[in-house]
Design a protein around this ligand. Structure first.
Ligand code: GDP
Length: 366
């Protein structure tokens, strides 16, 4: 059977319409039963035993904005940290419609079958609440994998600043690894800065592309291509095969123009079909070849150290940002200062300085 997207009218690159979600609150429910918050040790114990329910509850604490939950979550993460790290982390990116869910379903089953172990699929999608569209990590999108006993699929933390959403995913990786998940996929929509965040927490960055638009190289940002350890061109099936091969050649040529990556690995370009499960094994053989290669030359560990450093600074930035913008006095004065700038009464710099001075005075008196 020919896939409908192989018809001539289909141009290859589509952006799917969002699906409006029904309200998540049941209007008939007058009070919600509160789940008991367990002790830090109970969470850690459950996670180390691989208890999926407790793992999910701990991830919910990470995602919670309640400061009490955050305190417990941070302690749980700290205690899980010595048990984490023993995994292969793969970032998977591609625009909506590129075939991420179809591919991850097939990739996940392939990897579990070939290598055994356990797989966690996480996501970073800072737009999820706003666009109502992409529901990355939603179980229904990965039908087969979501039924696999060794797969844990978790949607993106709900919308917030990219830094915040990404940090939560980074912390969730720690818990998943402590729970014995030795393969981690982190999925993201390939449309912006979220790739940088994903790139900063994975060992291998896989970019899914499509052929058929004729201008595939123009639509994709140079920065994203530079991050890719491999570009894989999906939907190489039916009448699309030749177009996919042509696109692969174009990508290969383009990659030659980039400086050699620090890892010493030359990014590969391959074609495959996630829907028909064609060419999946060579992709994963290549990824595990990469892991061997960078473990051997030391880059694997160097990169993870660099990432740990990056996340230290990112977390400091995020907390400073939140502390400033959520300070009640600052919040109450923000609008007035903004108006003054817009009306030309003060310069942007003077207004910023004024707010920062007030903030620092506040902090001193605390
Ligand atoms: P995502 O938005 O990146 O998660 O993309 P999806 O996995 O939801 O796929 C978008 C559309 O592309 C769906 O209609 C899929 O059936 C189709 N699709 C995915 N992979 C393939 C493939 O290998 N070949 C063909 N012909 N279609 C595919």
């Amino acid at each position: 059977m020919e896939h409908p997207e192989n018809s001539n009218e289909y141009k290859g690159l589509t952006v799917n319409d969002g699906v409006e979600h029904p309200a998540s609150v049941n209007p008939y429910m007058t009070h919600r039963k509160k789940r008991r918050i367990m002790s830090v040790d109970e969470y850690v114990d459950g996670i180390l035993k691989g208890n999926v329910t407790i793992l999910s509850q701990a991830v919910t604490l990470i995602e919670s904005t309640n400061p009490d939950h955050q305190i417990i979550a941070q302690e749980v993460i700290e205690k899980c940290l010595p048990h984490s790290g023993n995994s292969v982390r793969i970032g998977i990116s591609g625009v909506p419609g590129a075939g991420k869910s179809t591919s991850i379903d097939v990739f996940g089953l392939h990897v579990l079958q070939e290598k055994g172990g356990k797989l966690a699929v996480l996501a970073i999608d800072p737009s999820s609440e706003r666009s109502k569209g992409s529901i990355l990590g939603d179980k229904t999108r990965m039908e087969k994998l979501s039924q696999h006993p060794d797969a844990f699929i978790r949607p993106s933390p709900s919308a917030g600043s990219l830094g915040g959403v990404a940090r939560k995913t980074r912390e969730t990786i720690v818990l998943c690894e402590a729970a014995g998940y030795d393969k981690i996929f982190v999925e993201t929509v390939g449309v912006g800065q979220s790739e940088t965040a994903v790139h900063s927490m994975v060992d291998f960055f896989l970019l899914i592309q499509l052929a058929g638009t004729g201008d595939e190289l123009q639509g994709i940002k140079r920065g994203i291509m530079e991050m890719a350890d491999a570009i894989i061109i999906n939907k190489a099936d039916g009448s699309n095969i030749e177009k996919a091969k042509l696109a692969a050649t174009q990508f290969k040529n383009a990659l030659h123009l980039f400086p050699a990556p620090e890892s010493g690995w030359l990014p590969r370009v391959m074609t495959y079909s996630g829907f028909y499960n064609i060419g999946v094994k060579p992709i994963w053989d290549m990824i595990f070849e990469y892991i061997d290669f960078v473990k051997h030359n030391g880059y694997f560990y160097h990169n993870r150290n660099e990432q740990a450093r990056y996340w230290m600074y990112e977390t400091i930035n995020e907390h400073l940002h939140d502390s400033f913008y959520h300070n009640p006095i600052i919040e109450s004065m923000m609008k007035q200062n903004e108006d003054n700038v817009l009306q030309g009464k003060v310069t942007s710099f003077a207004a910023a300085r004024n707010l920062l001075d007030i903030y620092w005075k506040e902090m001193k008196n605390k």
